[in-house]
Design a protein around this ligand. Structure first.
Ligand SMILES: [Fe+2]
Length: 326
Protein backbone atom coordinates (compact mmCIF):
# COMPACT_ATOMS: atom_id res chain seq x y z
CA UNK A 1 0.00 0.00 0.00
CA UNK A 2 1.52 3.33 -1.09
CA UNK A 3 -0.25 5.53 1.48
CA UNK A 4 1.90 6.54 4.47
CA UNK A 5 0.59 6.03 8.01
CA UNK A 6 -1.33 9.05 9.30
CA UNK A 7 0.42 11.56 11.56
CA UNK A 8 -2.03 11.69 14.47
CA UNK A 9 0.08 14.23 16.40
CA UNK A 10 0.95 16.86 13.79
CA UNK A 11 3.16 19.86 14.67
CA UNK A 12 0.19 22.30 14.59
CA UNK A 13 -3.56 21.83 14.49
CA UNK A 14 -5.31 22.71 11.21
CA UNK A 15 -9.07 22.85 11.87
CA UNK A 16 -10.30 22.90 8.28
CA UNK A 17 -10.00 24.52 4.89
CA UNK A 18 -11.41 28.03 4.98
CA UNK A 19 -11.26 30.19 1.88
CA UNK A 20 -9.89 30.76 -1.61
CA UNK A 21 -9.05 33.94 -3.50
CA UNK A 22 -9.65 33.96 -7.26
CA UNK A 23 -8.47 36.51 -9.78
CA UNK A 24 -11.38 37.28 -12.13
CA UNK A 25 -11.51 39.56 -15.19
CA UNK A 26 -15.02 41.01 -14.87
CA UNK A 27 -16.44 41.46 -11.38
CA UNK A 28 -19.98 42.06 -12.65
CA UNK A 29 -19.93 38.83 -14.67
CA UNK A 30 -18.50 36.94 -11.70
CA UNK A 31 -21.11 38.41 -9.36
CA UNK A 32 -23.92 37.33 -11.72
CA UNK A 33 -22.56 33.78 -11.58
CA UNK A 34 -21.40 33.39 -7.96
CA UNK A 35 -24.16 35.42 -6.28
CA UNK A 36 -27.20 35.43 -8.57
CA UNK A 37 -26.77 31.89 -9.92
CA UNK A 38 -24.89 29.83 -7.30
CA UNK A 39 -26.44 31.77 -4.41
CA UNK A 40 -23.44 32.74 -2.29
CA UNK A 41 -23.99 35.71 0.03
CA UNK A 42 -22.06 38.96 -0.33
CA UNK A 43 -20.28 39.94 2.91
CA UNK A 44 -18.50 42.95 1.43
CA UNK A 45 -17.85 44.39 -2.02
CA UNK A 46 -16.18 47.36 -3.65
CA UNK A 47 -14.80 48.19 -7.10
CA UNK A 48 -11.96 45.67 -6.84
CA UNK A 49 -13.18 42.78 -4.65
CA UNK A 50 -16.23 40.74 -3.66
CA UNK A 51 -16.20 38.70 -0.42
CA UNK A 52 -18.64 35.81 -0.27
CA UNK A 53 -19.86 33.31 2.32
CA UNK A 54 -22.16 30.30 2.19
CA UNK A 55 -25.33 29.95 4.26
CA UNK A 56 -23.97 28.01 7.26
CA UNK A 57 -20.76 29.96 7.60
CA UNK A 58 -20.15 32.40 10.45
CA UNK A 59 -16.74 33.46 9.17
CA UNK A 60 -16.68 36.57 6.98
CA UNK A 61 -15.77 34.83 3.73
CA UNK A 62 -15.00 31.56 2.02
CA UNK A 63 -14.38 33.11 -1.41
CA UNK A 64 -12.72 36.36 -2.44
CA UNK A 65 -13.15 37.44 -6.06
CA UNK A 66 -10.47 39.98 -6.94
CA UNK A 67 -10.40 41.96 -10.20
CA UNK A 68 -7.47 40.78 -12.31
CA UNK A 69 -6.04 41.06 -15.83
CA UNK A 70 -5.90 37.29 -16.21
CA UNK A 71 -7.73 34.59 -14.22
CA UNK A 72 -5.70 32.94 -11.47
CA UNK A 73 -5.78 31.71 -7.89
CA UNK A 74 -4.01 33.85 -5.28
CA UNK A 75 -4.21 31.71 -2.14
CA UNK A 76 -5.83 28.75 -0.40
CA UNK A 77 -6.73 29.52 3.23
CA UNK A 78 -6.88 27.23 6.27
CA UNK A 79 -8.08 27.91 9.82
CA UNK A 80 -5.80 26.89 12.69
CA UNK A 81 -6.84 25.99 16.24
CA UNK A 82 -5.11 28.79 18.19
CA UNK A 83 -2.34 31.38 18.14
CA UNK A 84 0.22 28.90 19.46
CA UNK A 85 -0.47 26.71 16.41
CA UNK A 86 0.02 29.73 14.16
CA UNK A 87 3.44 30.47 15.66
CA UNK A 88 4.44 26.82 15.44
CA UNK A 89 3.35 26.71 11.80
CA UNK A 90 5.57 29.73 11.02
CA UNK A 91 8.56 28.01 12.63
CA UNK A 92 7.79 24.69 10.92
CA UNK A 93 7.58 26.19 7.40
CA UNK A 94 10.67 28.38 7.98
CA UNK A 95 12.68 25.37 9.19
CA UNK A 96 11.96 23.69 5.85
CA UNK A 97 13.16 26.67 3.84
CA UNK A 98 9.63 27.57 2.73
CA UNK A 99 8.55 31.23 2.50
CA UNK A 100 7.08 32.75 5.64
CA UNK A 101 5.51 36.21 5.90
CA UNK A 102 2.98 37.82 8.22
CA UNK A 103 0.48 39.64 6.02
CA UNK A 104 -2.41 42.06 6.52
CA UNK A 105 -5.68 40.57 5.30
CA UNK A 106 -8.96 42.49 5.58
CA UNK A 107 -11.49 40.87 7.97
CA UNK A 108 -8.83 38.51 9.36
CA UNK A 109 -6.51 38.55 12.36
CA UNK A 110 -2.85 37.49 12.29
CA UNK A 111 -2.28 35.75 8.97
CA UNK A 112 0.71 33.64 7.99
CA UNK A 113 1.44 33.49 4.28
CA UNK A 114 3.53 30.57 3.06
CA UNK A 115 3.64 27.94 0.33
CA UNK A 116 3.99 24.19 0.09
CA UNK A 117 7.08 22.68 -1.63
CA UNK A 118 5.17 22.56 -4.95
CA UNK A 119 4.56 26.32 -4.77
CA UNK A 120 0.86 26.30 -3.83
CA UNK A 121 0.28 29.60 -1.97
CA UNK A 122 -1.19 28.94 1.48
CA UNK A 123 -2.34 31.14 4.30
CA UNK A 124 -3.08 30.17 7.89
CA UNK A 125 -5.02 32.21 10.44
CA UNK A 126 -7.01 31.77 13.64
CA UNK A 127 -9.45 34.69 13.74
CA UNK A 128 -11.73 35.95 10.99
CA UNK A 129 -14.57 38.47 11.50
CA UNK A 130 -17.63 36.58 12.74
CA UNK A 131 -20.97 37.46 11.16
CA UNK A 132 -24.50 36.83 12.44
CA UNK A 133 -25.88 33.37 11.62
CA UNK A 134 -28.03 33.26 8.47
CA UNK A 135 -28.62 29.53 8.15
CA UNK A 136 -32.26 29.95 9.23
CA UNK A 137 -32.85 33.10 7.15
CA UNK A 138 -34.60 31.05 4.50
CA UNK A 139 -35.62 34.12 2.52
CA UNK A 140 -31.91 34.50 1.66
CA UNK A 141 -31.47 31.03 0.16
CA UNK A 142 -30.96 31.21 -3.62
CA UNK A 143 -29.46 29.24 -6.48
CA UNK A 144 -28.01 25.91 -5.38
CA UNK A 145 -28.32 26.93 -1.68
CA UNK A 146 -24.62 26.52 -0.89
CA UNK A 147 -24.15 25.68 2.81
CA UNK A 148 -20.35 25.66 3.22
CA UNK A 149 -17.04 25.33 1.44
CA UNK A 150 -16.06 21.66 1.46
CA UNK A 151 -12.73 21.05 -0.26
CA UNK A 152 -9.99 22.03 -2.69
CA UNK A 153 -8.72 19.66 -5.38
CA UNK A 154 -5.31 20.38 -6.91
CA UNK A 155 -3.47 19.06 -9.94
CA UNK A 156 0.06 18.21 -8.82
CA UNK A 157 2.97 16.68 -10.77
CA UNK A 158 3.77 14.15 -8.00
CA UNK A 159 0.85 12.94 -5.89
CA UNK A 160 3.08 10.77 -3.67
CA UNK A 161 5.12 13.85 -2.73
CA UNK A 162 1.99 15.91 -2.05
CA UNK A 163 0.52 13.19 0.18
CA UNK A 164 3.80 12.91 2.12
CA UNK A 165 3.93 16.68 2.73
CA UNK A 166 0.28 17.18 3.67
CA UNK A 167 0.45 14.00 5.76
CA UNK A 168 3.28 15.54 7.79
CA UNK A 169 1.00 18.46 8.74
CA UNK A 170 -1.82 16.16 9.79
CA UNK A 171 -4.03 15.56 6.78
CA UNK A 172 -5.23 11.93 6.79
CA UNK A 173 -5.90 9.92 3.62
CA UNK A 174 -9.48 8.61 3.30
CA UNK A 175 -9.40 7.25 -0.26
CA UNK A 176 -6.77 6.99 -2.97
CA UNK A 177 -6.29 5.89 -6.55
CA UNK A 178 -3.29 3.78 -7.41
CA UNK A 179 -1.75 3.18 -10.82
CA UNK A 180 -1.60 -0.63 -10.93
CA UNK A 181 1.48 -0.70 -13.16
CA UNK A 182 3.80 1.61 -11.23
CA UNK A 183 2.24 1.29 -7.78
CA UNK A 184 2.32 5.09 -7.58
CA UNK A 185 -0.50 7.28 -6.38
CA UNK A 186 -2.59 8.83 -9.14
CA UNK A 187 -4.90 10.73 -6.75
CA UNK A 188 -5.59 11.02 -3.03
CA UNK A 189 -8.23 12.54 -0.76
CA UNK A 190 -7.11 13.89 2.64
CA UNK A 191 -9.03 15.45 5.52
CA UNK A 192 -8.75 17.44 8.74
CA UNK A 193 -12.39 18.23 9.47
CA UNK A 194 -13.92 14.75 9.53
CA UNK A 195 -15.36 14.43 6.01
CA UNK A 196 -13.78 12.64 3.07
CA UNK A 197 -11.49 15.58 2.34
CA UNK A 198 -10.37 19.13 2.86
CA UNK A 199 -7.78 18.70 0.09
CA UNK A 200 -7.42 16.28 -2.80
CA UNK A 201 -4.56 15.82 -5.24
CA UNK A 202 -4.92 14.67 -8.84
CA UNK A 203 -2.05 13.64 -11.11
CA UNK A 204 -1.51 16.28 -13.80
CA UNK A 205 0.35 19.39 -14.88
CA UNK A 206 0.63 21.38 -11.70
CA UNK A 207 0.38 22.81 -9.28
CA UNK A 208 -2.95 24.16 -10.49
CA UNK A 209 -6.30 24.36 -8.70
CA UNK A 210 -8.62 21.76 -10.18
CA UNK A 211 -11.72 22.88 -8.26
CA UNK A 212 -13.26 24.27 -5.11
CA UNK A 213 -16.32 22.42 -3.81
CA UNK A 214 -19.38 23.62 -1.92
CA UNK A 215 -21.69 21.42 0.12
CA UNK A 216 -25.42 21.75 -0.65
CA UNK A 217 -28.46 20.38 1.23
CA UNK A 218 -29.67 17.70 -1.22
CA UNK A 219 -29.14 16.34 -4.77
CA UNK A 220 -32.38 18.11 -5.74
CA UNK A 221 -30.66 21.45 -5.25
CA UNK A 222 -28.19 20.31 -7.92
CA UNK A 223 -31.03 19.51 -10.33
CA UNK A 224 -32.51 22.95 -9.63
CA UNK A 225 -29.14 24.59 -10.41
CA UNK A 226 -28.94 22.69 -13.71
CA UNK A 227 -32.42 23.93 -14.69
CA UNK A 228 -31.44 27.45 -13.72
CA UNK A 229 -28.11 27.43 -15.60
CA UNK A 230 -29.67 25.82 -18.66
CA UNK A 231 -32.18 28.67 -19.01
CA UNK A 232 -30.09 31.69 -18.01
CA UNK A 233 -27.26 31.53 -20.54
CA UNK A 234 -24.93 29.18 -18.65
CA UNK A 235 -25.53 25.91 -20.49
CA UNK A 236 -21.93 25.75 -21.75
CA UNK A 237 -20.66 26.33 -18.19
CA UNK A 238 -21.99 22.88 -17.20
CA UNK A 239 -19.00 20.54 -17.50
CA UNK A 240 -19.66 17.18 -15.83
CA UNK A 241 -22.52 15.48 -14.03
CA UNK A 242 -24.80 15.31 -12.21
CA UNK A 243 -23.76 11.97 -10.80
CA UNK A 244 -22.59 10.04 -7.78
CA UNK A 245 -18.87 9.64 -7.22
CA UNK A 246 -17.42 6.21 -6.55
CA UNK A 247 -14.74 7.89 -4.46
CA UNK A 248 -16.37 9.77 -1.53
CA UNK A 249 -19.86 8.46 -2.43
CA UNK A 250 -20.92 12.10 -2.82
CA UNK A 251 -23.49 13.43 -5.28
CA UNK A 252 -21.78 15.93 -7.58
CA UNK A 253 -21.91 18.46 -10.40
CA UNK A 254 -19.01 20.39 -11.95
CA UNK A 255 -19.56 23.84 -13.41
CA UNK A 256 -17.18 26.55 -14.65
CA UNK A 257 -17.41 30.22 -13.67
CA UNK A 258 -17.07 32.99 -16.32
CA UNK A 259 -13.24 32.76 -16.07
CA UNK A 260 -13.18 28.97 -16.30
CA UNK A 261 -12.57 28.39 -12.57
CA UNK A 262 -14.11 24.99 -11.84
CA UNK A 263 -16.62 24.64 -9.00
CA UNK A 264 -17.97 21.39 -7.68
CA UNK A 265 -21.40 21.22 -6.11
CA UNK A 266 -21.22 18.39 -3.62
CA UNK A 267 -23.34 16.64 -1.02
CA UNK A 268 -23.58 13.51 1.10
CA UNK A 269 -20.13 12.14 1.72
CA UNK A 270 -19.42 10.33 4.99
CA UNK A 271 -17.88 10.80 8.44
CA UNK A 272 -14.18 10.05 8.85
CA UNK A 273 -13.28 11.14 12.38
CA UNK A 274 -11.96 7.76 13.58
CA UNK A 275 -8.16 8.04 13.79
CA UNK A 276 -7.77 4.40 12.73
CA UNK A 277 -10.05 4.55 9.67
CA UNK A 278 -8.41 2.58 6.85
CA UNK A 279 -8.07 4.41 3.52
CA UNK A 280 -10.03 2.92 0.61
CA UNK A 281 -7.99 1.93 -2.45
CA UNK A 282 -9.25 2.36 -6.02
CA UNK A 283 -7.60 1.24 -9.23
CA UNK A 284 -7.14 3.88 -11.94
CA UNK A 285 -8.80 1.47 -14.37
CA UNK A 286 -11.99 1.02 -12.31
CA UNK A 287 -14.83 2.72 -14.26
CA UNK A 288 -16.82 3.24 -11.05
CA UNK A 289 -13.99 5.24 -9.44
CA UNK A 290 -14.98 8.62 -10.93
CA UNK A 291 -18.70 7.98 -11.19
CA UNK A 292 -20.44 5.12 -9.41
CA UNK A 293 -22.87 4.87 -12.33
CA UNK A 294 -20.00 4.36 -14.76
CA UNK A 295 -20.05 7.55 -16.85
CA UNK A 296 -16.47 8.77 -17.47
CA UNK A 297 -15.40 12.41 -17.11
CA UNK A 298 -14.70 14.55 -20.19
CA UNK A 299 -11.13 15.32 -21.31
CA UNK A 300 -11.39 18.95 -20.11
CA UNK A 301 -11.85 17.62 -16.56
CA UNK A 302 -8.42 15.95 -16.68
CA UNK A 303 -6.58 18.73 -18.49
CA UNK A 304 -7.95 22.15 -17.52
CA UNK A 305 -7.33 23.94 -14.24
CA UNK A 306 -6.66 27.35 -12.71
CA UNK A 307 -3.05 28.49 -12.33
CA UNK A 308 -1.73 29.85 -9.05
CA UNK A 309 -0.50 33.44 -9.51
CA UNK A 310 3.22 33.50 -10.28
CA UNK A 311 3.65 29.71 -10.10
CA UNK A 312 4.79 27.89 -13.26
CA UNK A 313 3.18 24.42 -13.52
CA UNK A 314 5.35 21.35 -14.16
CA UNK A 315 4.40 18.30 -16.18
CA UNK A 316 3.25 15.25 -14.22
CA UNK A 317 5.93 12.65 -13.47
CA UNK A 318 3.45 9.77 -13.74
CA UNK A 319 2.20 9.17 -17.30
CA UNK A 320 -0.71 6.84 -16.44
CA UNK A 321 -3.93 7.24 -18.45
CA UNK A 322 -7.31 7.63 -16.71
CA UNK A 323 -10.58 6.61 -18.37
CA UNK A 324 -11.74 9.59 -20.47
CA UNK A 325 -15.14 10.06 -22.11
CA UNK A 326 -14.97 9.53 -25.91
FE1 LIG B 1 -14.16 17.39 -5.45
Amino acid sequence: MPVPAPNLYPPFNIVRLSHVEYGVRDLAASRAFWVDTLGLQVSYEDDSRIYLRAMEERGHHCVVLAKAETPDVRVLGFKLWDDAALDTAAEWFAARGLPVAWVERPHMGRTLRTADPMGIPLEFYVKMDRLAPIHQQYKLYKGVKPLRIDHFNMFVPDVDAAVAFYGDIGFRVTEYTEDDESGKLWAAWMHRKGGVHDVAFTNGTGPRLHHTAFWVPTPLNIIDLLDLMATTGYVTNIERGPGRHGISNAFFLYVRDPDGHRIEIYCSDYQTVDPDMEPIRWSLTDPQRQTLWGAPAPRSWFEEGSVFAGVAPQEALLKAQPIVAP
